[in-house]
Structure formats: structure tokens, C-alpha cells
Design a protein around this ligand. Structure first.
Ligand code: ADP
Ligand code: NI
Length: 221
């Protein structure tokens, strides 16, 4: 198998599919997830091709962005066309399907295989820290949401459906998702990297509430 060539073809495929979706899920997100995944793989091991291809493809079956049945059909066709084996195609598809955060409300994800754990951690890291903060306010602006509203408390979601329906102010998202991510990391290296980004978000929130002279969610976590 020609690793470099296959990775390049997969990159081109993902880039053509994601060019039509929002900037929170553009190629720069994918590239950062690939970088994070490689850093984690260097420490944790795992098959490099599965890690990198999985990171490149991780949003390609996302139900928020695509029709998942159609997207899976197309993806399998594409991977076959570049001579990826059926076993490896099945592995990649199962990796992509099991790493979305949303689906974690509904499934128990502790039994993932190593490469899936790595890509899952790499994706979560990109939702944290300075880049995570930027993506979150970008998303809130795109949806025309309020930055904050001290009268709307964060919610603990128990299902994906409920989580997706929320139109809460953007600052609530930190309490509803971002600050919970560090405890969902699945590899030792991922946990370590998440710790730094988590501390940075806490520092950011502390300053945020100091500036507005309110701290309504202090006791939420
Ligand atoms: P997932 O698929 O992991 O549930 P999304 O793909 O919906 O997450 O979110 C991608 C990024 O968009 C998040 O990391 C976050 O920065 C931002 N985002 C998602 N939902 C919200 C929200 N309700 N408020 C603000 N930002 C959000
Ligand atoms: Ni992603």
C-alpha cells in the first residue's frame, strides 16, 4: 500500500466534501485533528495509517453535515477506488461512526479500539483550549446566539436529541460540553494534553465573569 499517496487522495476527498460546510468543520479543523492524532499516536502507538485516515475522515459521516447513509455509500465507493481493503474500510467506517461526542450520550464508548480512542481524543482536544473557545464563539455568532444571559442556567443533557435542540447562550456551552471533555479522554497522552487546555478555559471563564462582574454558574460544575 502506498501510504503517502493514499493519504493524499483521502485529503482531497475530504476537502472536496467539507468545502460546502461551516468553518467550525472546515479543513483547518481536520488538519488540527490530524496533528493532534499524530502527537498522541507517537506516544500511544497504533497503526499510523488508520489513525491519520481516521482523523481525516472523522467528520465525513456526521449527520449534522451530511445524509449519513448516502455519505457512507460514497465513502465506501471512494475507499474501494483507491484499493483500500474491505477489512480496512470496515475498520475506518466503524472508527468514524463511534467517535462523535453527541452519540456518547446514548452509547457506552469505553471499549473502543486504540486508533478510535486516539482520533476521539484528537477531535475533543480541538474543542478545548484557545482554539476551542474560538470555535465556540464562532458557532454562537453563526447561529446569532447571545454571548451570555445570566438568567439562563446551563443544562445537563441526557440525550443527543436534547443537546442538539438547545439554543442557549454561547457561554453555557462551556458548562454543557467543553469543561466536561477532559474526563472523556480515552488515552493517557490525550488526558495530559486536555489538562492544559482545560486549565486555560477555566482561566478564561474566570476573567470573563470578573469583567462582567457576575458569576452565576460558579456552583454549576
Ligand atoms: P459534536 O458533533 O461534537 O457534538 P459539534 O460538531 O456540534 O459537536 O460542534 C463542533 C464545535 O462547534 C464545538 O466544538 C463547539 O466549539 C461548537 N459548538 C457546537 N455546539 C455549540 C453550541 N451549542 N454553542 C456554541 N458552540 C457550539
Ligand atoms: Ni471534528
Amino acid at each position: 500500500m502506498d501510504y503517502q499517496n493514499n493519504i493524499k487522495r483521502i485529503e482531497e476527498y475530504v476537502s472536496s466534501k467539507l468545502s460546502v460546510v461551516d468553518a467550525g468543520h472546515d479543513m483547518s479543523h481536520i488538519n488540527r485533528v490530524v496533528i493532534n492524532a499524530k502527537v498522541i499516536q507517537q506516544q500511544e502507538g497504533g497503526r499510523l495509517f488508520v489513525v491519520v485516515a481516521g482523523a481525516l475522515l472523522h467528520d465525513i459521516l456526521d449527520e449534522k453535515l451530511f445524509d449519513p447513509t448516502e455519505a457512507e455509500f460514497e465513502l465506501r465507493d471512494f475507499l474501494k477506488s483507491i484499493y483500500i481493503s474491505l477489512d480496512e474500510i470496515n475498520l475506518l467506517v466503524s472508527l468514524i461512526k463511534c467517535i462523535s461526542y453527541g452519540s456518547e450520550f446514548d452509547n457506552n464508548k469505553d471499549d473502543l479500539f486504540l486508533e478510535a480512542k486516539i482520533v476521539s481524543d484528537a477531535d475533543k482536544l480541538d474543542a478545548m483550549g484557545a482554539i476551542g473557545i474560538a470555535r465556540t464563539f464562532h458557532f454562537g455568532g453563526y447561529k446569532n446566539r447571545k454571548i451570555y444571559d445570566i438568567d439562563v442556567s446551563p443544562v445537563r443533557y441526557s440525550s443527543t436529541k436534547e443537546y442538539r435542540k438547545s439554543a442557549a447562550p454561547t457561554i453555557n456551552h462551556f458548562y454543557e460540553k467543553l469543561l466536561l471533555l477532559k474526563d472523556k479522554m480515552k488515552t493517557k497522552t490525550g488526558k495530559l494534553l486536555a489538562e492544559q487546555r482545560h486549565l486555560f478555559m477555566e482561566k478564561y471563564l474566570k476573567q470573563f465573569f470578573e469583567e462582567i462582574q457576575e458569576n452565576p454558574f460558579d456552583n454549576f460544575l
